[in-house]
Write a protein that binds this ligand. Structure first.
Ligand SMILES: C[S@@+](CC[C@H](N)C(=O)[O-])C[C@H]1O[C@@H](n2cnc3c(N)ncnc32)[C@H](O)[C@@H]1O
Length: 213
C-alpha cells in the first residue's frame, strides 16, 4: 500500500493568492522565458502533451511564455488564454513574428470566455497547482470541452509509489506555494476518464490525459 500523503488546502483569500502570483509572474516573466529556453527537461515535460492533442479546435489555458503553444499552433485552430498581461503581450509578439494566427486573450480560468463544448482539446501545463479554486477551474475547462474531448494537464503530484526523491521534490513545490492536489476526486467529480503518468522530476511531474465522457 502506498503511504498516505498530505495535500494542500486552498487559500481562504483566493483573489489575493491569484493577484500575488500574478505580480510575481510579471516580475519573473523574462527570466522564466530564459529558464524554459535553457532547461531541456521542462521543455520535454510540456511536449509530452503534444501527441495527445486532437483537433481541430485547441485551447491552451495558462500558456505562460507560450513555448509549448508555438510548438503545435500551426497544426490546429489554436486559442490561448492566460491571466498575466505580460505573458499575453510577450506571446502575441512571438506569434506575429512567426506569422502564426492564434486567438490569444487575457482572462481567468475560472471564467473562460468561450461557448460550451467549443474545444476538441485543452492543454494546461504547470499551472493547475497555481489555481486557488480547483473545482471552479476544472469545471470551466470541462464546460468548454466537447463530449469526447481531451484535457491534458502536466503538473506536480507525489510519485505514484509514494517514495524516493520525488517525494521531497513535491514537498519543495508545496513549500514555495504550489497547491498540489489529489486529482482523482477532482476528475471523478466531473466524470472524466483519465490516465496518470509520471513524466519526470523523480515521479513528481505528472501528465494527466482526461477524456470528457
Ligand atoms: C508556472 S506558470 C506555467 C506557464 C506555462 N504553462 C509553462 O508550463 O511554462 C503558471 C501560469 O498560470 C497562469 N495563471 C495563474 N493563475 C491563472 C488564472 N486564474 N487563470 C489563467 N491563468 C492563470 C500564470 O499567469 C502563468 O502563466
Amino acid at each position: 500500500m502506498p503511504k498516505e500523503v498530505k495535500y494542500v488546502d486552498e487559500p481562504e483569500n483566493k483573489e489575493k493568492y491569484t493577484k500575488g502570483f500574478d505580480t510575481f509572474y510579471s516580475v519573473v516573466a523574462k527570466p522564466y522565458e530564459l529558464f524554459i529556453k535553457i532547461s531541456p527537461f521542462w521543455k520535454r515535460w510540456l511536449k509530452t502533451t503534444i501527441p495527445h492533442i486532437q483537433g481541430p479546435r485547441v485551447l491552451e489555458v495558462s500558456f505562460g511564455t507560450g513555448y509549448l503553444l508555438t510548438q503545435y499552433a500551426d497544426q490546429f485552430d489554436t486559442y490561448g488564454i492566460d491571466y498575466n498581461e505580460k505573458f499575453v503581450s510577450m506571446l502575441q509578439k512571438k506569434l506575429t513574428k512567426k506569422g502564426l494566427s492564434v486567438d490569444i486573450r487575457q482572462g481567468n480560468v475560472e471564467a473562460l470566455p468561450y461557448k460550451d463544448g467549443f474545444f476538441d482539446s485543452i492543454v494546461n501545463t504547470m499551472a493547475f497547482s497555481a489555481y486557488p479554486d480547483a473545482v471552479k477551474a476544472l469545471s470551466e475547462m470541462h464546460r468548454v470541452l466537447k463530449p469526447g474531448g481531451k484535457l491534458m494537464i502536466v503538473d506536480i503530484d507525489y510519485p505514484l509509489k509514494r517514495k524516493g526523491f520525488g517525494m521531497a521534490l513535491t514537498k519543495a513545490w508545496i513549500l514555495v506555494g504550489d497547491l498540489v492536489r489529489d486529482m482523482t476526486p477532482l476528475f471523478n467529480q466531473f466524470n472524466f476518464e483519465y490516465t496518470d503518468e509520471e513524466i519526470g522530476g523523480f515521479g513528481s511531474v505528472h501528465l494527466y490525459v482526461a477524456n470528457k465522457l
